[in-house]
Design a protein around this ligand. Sequence first.
Ligand SMILES: [Zn+2]
Ligand SMILES: [Zn+2]
Length: 309
Amino acid sequence: MTKLFSVQKTPSPTLRILYRGGPIMQISIHLLAILSLGSYVWMGGWRGITPGLLSSAVAYGVVWYILGMFATTLFYHRYLAHGSFKMPRLMQWPWAFLAASAAMMGPSWWVSHHRHHHQYSDQPPDLHSPSRGFWWSHMIWLFTTQPQRLPLDIERQRILRLWDRLYFVPTLLILLASVALGPEYAIAYLISLVILFHAVQCVNSVCHCFGTQPFDSRDNSRSNPWIALLTLGEGFHNPHHTFSHSARHGFSHDGYRVSLRPDPTFWLIQALAQVGLASDIRLPSLAQWQSKARFDRREMANSYQNRQC
Ligand SMILES: [Zn+2]
Ligand SMILES: [Zn+2]
């Protein structure tokens, strides 16, 4: 047990077994969401639901979706995986709890897979490239892969290591609290987890297949405004792959100058900076932007669909 919570460069056999619980947890969440909603309707629970209860249950699910998505995009992705900005050490605790409560696995697991994806994006070693098939990149890869190396910068932080090993606990706690509130709230939380899972996976699948390529990222990453809407800015995946250190993903260009796109995750980072909870926000320089911008409009437009998908 002690070994499970110690710093590890490569996951030990015990840790690999623990990580195998991730896909099982996702399947269980999907099944529970379908079965609980189905049985609620089948047993006539909906007959007693008032408009007030329905709207508060929907709002409950939406709040958990937004919190879980921000924790994934702002904390796991832009902060931990790419170091796009800095934050006080104490703030990592609630963010890590929220990200794990979205059933997104733990910090070491998430960052390990994500850095590997950037290192080999759309090349044969890439674990979730659509070149192996759309559904592979969307979810099948989760059932067949394990992190090869764990990020030592994450592993050396005790609290992040703890949440990495206890990745299933926050989801379980929120689910139990939701059940205590009432079946409508438990169903809303489960449905929010299912939608969140597929929205995040769309960045791996849809955003490497469908969208535009305003920048030369040297891979198939694309900007897709619909996925950006669902993922609070992450769908602008082509600028992200081009300037992976940038805290802002939502930008493009009109051939002459940078044009900004709505990026709620970046807006939240800016808001946190205003109250001293974020600092050292990194953005690409004008020279970096100019060296990567594609000016051939036909090349940008024709790139809407990747032939591999
Ligand atoms: Zn990334
Ligand atoms: Zn990608």
